[in-house]
Design a protein around this ligand. Structure first.
Ligand code: LER
Ligand code: MN
Length: 278
């Protein structure tokens, strides 16, 4: 199994991230703790010094596994489902800049919170149809942005308290099926996050097995979003299923930095490696 950890380039915002700010320090800590990859959360793509980042990850032999875009929504309010075209445009332009970065590292782009949500439950089904079409249009433009260095995308099911579009693995799978003639769906995978799955899926490991062909990235956090082992999710069954299905992607820890960043990052890896090697 390959493990990575989420690091936010910016200092503030979005809670369940272990390392924040000072990218060099985050990379060094991840490497020292035994991670093979790093997942970056970026909200200001212009602030990234690509050459410096490339040098750093090459020097430390660390893969930039994926890049998260959620802070562009949580901090700037930009999303793919906004009813204002200008806001959707701004969201797309930001994601395109992230695609430029991702294409240097062959990282996947995470479409989590940036897909947005539907504001009111009035006439929900109709709104969902319209919103899904907006998401499709934005995704389609992002997918066709780089014709040479194509990067893949990840759609993350997120629990109902954070969004009302795509809460389950089945929701994402159905969306991809509905748009399979219009979207390059072979370039869109599911990001399965155990924290959200614990809220939305009937049995986490059964859903993982059912949708394994679509799952291209995994977020691990326990039921309380602490490191695995600090809550009540059955990671033994999850790792067993991932192993049985020969899952080839990364498992990335998106956890609260508690009791402190280093301890959470260290304990997370120790806990899952002990299960894996059983
Ligand atoms: C992002 O990966 C995520 O899991 C969301 O909960 C963001 O709030
Ligand atoms: Mn997640």
């Amino acid at each position: 199994m390959k493990y990575s950890i989420v690091a936010s380039v910016s200092n503030k915002g979005f809670g369940p991230v272990v390392f924040k700010g000072n990218l060099k320090a985050s990379i060094l800590k991840a490497k020292k703790l035994g991670y093979e990859g790093i997942e970056l959360a970026i909200k200001k793509p212009d602030s990234i010094n690509l050459r410096k980042l490339e040098k750093l990850v090459n020097k430390h032999d660390l893969e930039v596994v994926a890049i998260g875009t959620g802070q562009i929504y949580s901090d700037y309010g930009l999303s793919f489902s906004d009813s204002r075209k200008s806001v959707r445009r701004e969201a797309i332009e930001n994601v395109k800049k992230i695609i430029d970065i991702a294409s240097c590292f062959n990282s996947k782009i995470i479409i989590g919170l940036i897909r947005g949500k539907i504001d009111s439950s009035y006439n929900f089904d109709k709104k969902l149809e319209i919103t899904e079409k907006r998401i499709y249009e934005c995704l389609s433009e992002c997918l066709s942005y780089h014709s040479i260095h194509k990067v893949d995308f990840l759609l993350e099911p997120i629990n109902r308290y954070e969004t009302n579009i795509f809460n389950t693995l089945e929701d994402v799978s159905n969306f991809l099926e509905r748009y399979e003639d219009k979207l390059e769906v072979n370039r869109i995978g599911i990001l399965a996050d155990t924290f959200h799955m614990n809220i939305e899926e009937p049995v986490i490991h059964i859903s993982i097995e059912k949708y394994i062909n679509l799952i291209k990235h995994v977020h691990f956090a326990d039921s309380n979003r602490l490191a695995p082992g600090f809550g009540h999710i059955d990671f033994h069954r999850i790792i067993e299923v991932l192993k049985k299905c020969c899952y080839q992607g990364y498992i990335s820890f998106e956890i609260l930095p508690l009791p402190d960043p280093e301890t959470s990052a260290k304990k997370a890896l120790e806990f899952v490696k002990a299960i894996e090697l059983k």
